[in-house]
Design a protein around this ligand. Sequence first.
Ligand code: SAM
Length: 478
Amino acid sequence: MYKYDVKSLKAEEFINNEEILETLAYAKENKNNLELIQTILEKARPVKKDKGYVCNGLSHKEASVLLACDIPEINEEINKIAEEIKLAFYGNRIVMFAPLYLSNYCINGCVYCPYHAKNKTIARKKLTQEEVKEQVIALQDMGHKRLAIEAGEDPFNNPIEYILDSIKTIYSVNHKNGAIRRVNVNIAATTVENYKKLADAGIGTYILFQETYNKKSYEELHPTGPKHDYCYHTEAMDRAMEGGIDDVGLGVLFGLEGYKYEFAGLLMHAEHLEAVHGVGPHTISVPRIKKADDIDPNAFDNSISDDIFAKITACIRLAVPYTGMIVSTRESEKVRGRLLNLGISQISGASRTSVGGYEKEERVHDSEQFEVSDTRTLDEVVGWLMDNGHIPSFCTACYREGRTGDRFMALCKTGQILNCCHPNALMTLTEFLVDYASEETRKKGFEMIERELNKIPNEKRREIAINNINDIKASNRR
Ligand code: SAM
């Protein structure tokens, strides 16, 4: 089907400008081709098989046709299928996490990021290991179990040893009933050797946003520093997998380049990983550019409306049905609420993008990476999710039991999610309610758990979950 041999090409060669432009032309030509569109929608629909569902996913070309189509009834159908896929593979669970910014020292020149080396107004900060510990305690006190660590690129101030020390510190803090059980890592592209060190340190997902797949724009947007090297950046996930990291997370920063271009590039990257490594991306994030110290998002021409943003999310859901999807607090409560019904499976809560600051009541702005739109507490976000029929999940069991990469995908594909992830979500939600929640959230949560326990199909598994939940409730751990 492809004129390119996906397997033998490097990521940077496969995700090429010519193929993306051809894809966009094909999508434009067919955006009203109802016969083709119906075939694509049929292909995307989840099909019941044995105890679960299977999905075919879509190629970047097929998904680009759906993205280009502006027929309202078709868009409604896309949204409906996106929700069906989310429910089929991820149920009504939403996994919770928080970012932890370790250091904003950076030697790159990214023109959209306030960390850029020439910025003299941002307060430069790097957490000491003692401060990392303080931040982790503050995050544990909210109820978080899963973090994504973030840092600028600076081999002098934030060498790999600093990142590794911080991971060790995070995993070692066991305060009250808390313990961070999964540390995902979002640091600059690095060497196979360093990825091996991260894998040995027991990280969860390695996340790296491509920012843009348009090579020419990429080079202009990253004029100086190591990040300028498009090939090195684009091939980072291959090196990460070579270094033994099973779960990688993709993303582009929407607003920098044309969204249709980025969409095709992102899906081609997923196709590349699946073809070469036998497993696609574990997650895809959908960040949009935000206001930040010395950065005005209006300076970039490609901002997208909330409607287009929602459409992109739904079309990604159809194209890569087994991949988790993440939306951060860059987005408002309203936008996040809308996206949750279109395929998002993970959200951050109570995030601070400053280096440190979780221990403070007031938000610290001087070292922030960008302004967050959703400033609610974790307890408020958890309560809101439940009001809208979503189960907030603090589960990290897959990771702890070595179900990463293709082993996680196998769980997803065999329909064991309701027997496995659903009880785990309910048990970890119980822990949250017992240990950290307000009275109001706790009441709401226990009522939801009662209803949701009935959905566990396997009787034995349901019984185990009920017993565990009763034990946690009785433990009076506060
Ligand atoms: N230094 C690492 C790298 O080079 O990938 C980690 C980067 S940073 C801590 C995480 C992400 O924040 C970046 O990849 C970028 O997409 C995003 N980001 C940067 N500036 C932003 C802005 N003004 N608004 C929203 N997101 C931004």
